[in-house]
Ligand binder design. Structure first.
Ligand code: 5BU
Length: 259
């Protein structure tokens, strides 16, 4: 019912999940449901961008594997910025393998994601074992507190149809201590315990010529029912990222609150 979506009612439900508690705290404190995807390839550039827009986001999403000079000093500075500006660090790793491999991917290699990211994306295609392995790592008390299950993708012709989204939802329902929410286009469920994060948002363009599909902030939040917008190039490649971030954050937050 509508009542469950009222923030006062929903708050205690979301706070049962440690990651959602953290995200919700930043969202309400900073009045923003904007997550910026900083898809730059150089750590100085990434840190500069985060420094400038950090006040307007509840989360910063990174693809660590595209950073040419990723190292411990980057992790240290990123972590400092996250505490100063109060945002969640989101690694968009899109895990999609067997359990043992996923545990190794989260804890080893040059990226050792669980040591610095608070949340990571997980594909549902391998089935339930992947979530048990993510839980095993969350239990180790590293930075990693939760995961987002990919219910659907924004790219043209994605194979994540309604049936796939429904099965992803079932997997999440059986593993609420691992799955904090979803990456989705349309919200796959009316369960207010999850947070629904959506990429594919751009006020000016509808495609990048490489299969990405963008829609407006209003469609992402009101029509499609999402909580958090994930915005990359519309902000990072604009003339004035700070102003655009501020504008996207305030518009998105108004729409979210009035939904
Ligand atoms: P953009 O510049 O706003 O297109 O960036 C969107 C980001 O979200 C980018 O980092 C993608 O890898 C990420 N993304 C996406 O666009 N669509 C999806 O379905 C998923 C992730 Br899952």
């Amino acid at each position: 019912t509508n009542d469950l979506w009222n923030l006062e009612t929903r708050k205690p439900l979301l706070e049962c999940n440690p990651l959602n508690a953290m995200v919700l705290k930043y969202m309400t404190l900073k009045k923003t449901n904007l997550c910026v995807a900083v898809d730059e390839t150089n750590k100085e550039k990434i840190l500069q961008t985060i420094q400038s827009i950090g006040g307007y986001v509840c989360a910063i999403k990174l693809h660590a594997d595209i950073i040419d000079d990723f190292d411990q000093s980057f992790i240290d500075e990123l972590t400092t910025l996250s505490k100063h500006h109060q945002f969640v660090i989101f690694a968009d790793r899109k895990l999609a393998d067997t359990g043992n491999t996923v545990e190794l991917q989260l804890t080893h290699g040059s990226l050792h994601i669980a040591d610095w990211a608070n949340v990571v994306t997980v594909h549902s295609v391998p089935g339930p074992p992947i979530l048990q392995s993510v839980l095993n790592i969350i239990k180790q008390n590293k930075a990693l507190k939760g995961s987002l299950l990919i219910a659907s993708l924004s790219s043209k012709g994605a194979l994540t149809d309604a049936e796939y989204s429904k099965k992803s939802l079932e997997m999440a329902n059986d593993a609420k201590n691992v799955v904090s929410g979803f990456i989705c286009q349309k919200r796959p469920s009316d369960n207010p315990e999850f947070l629904y994060w959506t990429p594919g948002v751009n006020e000016l363009k509808s495609t990048d010529g490489l299969g990405q599909q963008w829609r407006s902030i209003e469609d992402a939040i009101k029509r499609d029912g999402n909580d958090i917008i994930i915005v990359g190039r519309a902000i990072t490649q604009s003339q004035n990222p700070v102003e655009v971030a501020r504008d996207y954050a305030s518009r998105a937050f108004e729409l979210w609150k009035s939904r």
